[in-house]
Design a binder for this molecule. Structure first.
Ligand code: 3HC
Length: 311
């Protein structure tokens, strides 16, 4: 790629133009979008598993309906994002094979087990809350299909976050045991939720270039701080304690100082050695194999219809 080509492309980005699938783009721009959108799609699909486990165990019909709707939404977000990635030339099969082979990343948060009903509250409140922070910014991503996918995703994500928070509120206004369940879920999901935003800016391999290309509008730490500043008051309203003894409001900064994130844990989980990594990938492989007959039937049906129309 010539300097002129790269400069002309950067000028389009700087002018806030949306890049569309058939536009000429640097290979690096294409590659990092395939990487990020593919991982994002995998995160949505794998993210269905912890919650899917609790649909039949939810405490009421109302909770079953809300959780079912949320898990279905996540599946839809995944399909949206796989389609956005396909506009860049990667195939669904390639991305699926990579996930099943353990070669594709997805958000580390989904490698933590969902041990109690309160986890459904903590996941909706914290995980979807963190995802919203990140995804609202992605609505302004320079790549058109990705930005447009995010607008629909964010609309549904806010319902996910609210239903999670409402579960936590109900538990915290319930019995002593229920409030303890909510505190236990916050203890187990707080730090992994902070890790969703990625490494510190200084350790982030892609941030600088991704921000130059306006794929990333805010740095990992900026979004993480925004999430902490919005979420700590919510925990206080619930009467729960954020499991970080170093958490402290800094008036001058207008934000919270927080304790060190355990990056050894982060990289261990990202590299595949978290509590649930193997089980999550295995469940995706089983779902793919068990669903083969559905794909074959849908293809046969589509071919029959096409033949009928052509006749
Ligand atoms: N889990 C797994 N891998 C992570 C990670 C995490 N929490 N955070 C960072 N990484 C990986 C990156 O993918 C990258 O690895 P790679 O080079 O092999 O791809 C490496 O760590 C270095 O991180 P960088 O900060 O340099 O990488 P990015 O610039 O890509 O930033 C990101 C990471 C902020 C997660 C960015 O990729 C992003 O915004 N992705 C889109 C949003 C997304 O995927 N969110 C995940 C959750 S989706 C979700 O929760 C759905 C909701 O409905 C529940």
């Amino acid at each position: 790629e010539t300097e002129e080509f790269l400069a002309a492309f950067q000028a389009r980005i700087d002018a806030e133009e949306k890049i569309e699938p058939t536009d000429p783009m640097p290979q690096g721009y294409r590659r990092t979008l395939i990487r990020q959108i593919g991982q994002h799609a995998h995160s949505e699909i794998v993210g269905m598993l912890p919650e899917g486990n609790w649909i039949t165990r939810a405490p009421s019909l109302k909770r079953i309906l809300a959780l079912l709707a949320k898990v279905q939404d996540e599946g839809g977000h995944g399909l949206y994002l796989y389609s956005a990635a396909e506009t860049l030339g990667v195939t669904r099969e390639q991305m699926t094979e990579e996930l099943h082979a353990g070669k594709a990343k997805y958000s580390s948060i989904f490698n933590y087990p969902a041990l109690s009903w309160a986890d459904m509250g903590a996941i909706g409140w914290l995980v979807d809350g963190a995802a919203i922070m990140n995804q609202v910014a992605l609505c302004r991503c320079s790549y058109g299909p990705y930005a447009r996918a995010m607008i629909r995703v964010c609309a549904e994500e806010s319902f996910h976050q609210r239903q999670g928070y409402e579960i936590m509120l109900t538990l915290c206004n319930g019995t002593k045991e229920q409030k303890e369940m909510a505190q236990d879920a916050l203890n187990r999901f707080w730090w992994p939720a902070l890790m969703m935003f990625g490494p510190h800016d200084g350790d982030s391999a892609h941030s600088e270039q991704s921000m130059k290309w306006k794929i990333k509008r805010f740095s990992n730490d900026a979004l993480r701080e925004k999430f902490i500043n919005a979420t700590v008051p919510q925990a206080e309203f619930l009467g729960l304690t954020v499991p970080d003894p170093d958490l402290e409001w800094n008036e001058e900064k207008g934000g919270y100082e927080h304790g060190d994130i355990n990056w050894d844990e982060f990289w261990r989980v990202v590299k595949g050695d978290g509590v649930m990594n193997r089980e999550r990938v295995q469940m995706r492989k089983d779902a793919w194999d068990n669903g083969a007959w559905v794909r074959e039937a849908a293809l046969a049906h589509a071919q029959k219809r096409a033949a009928k129309i052509a006749a």
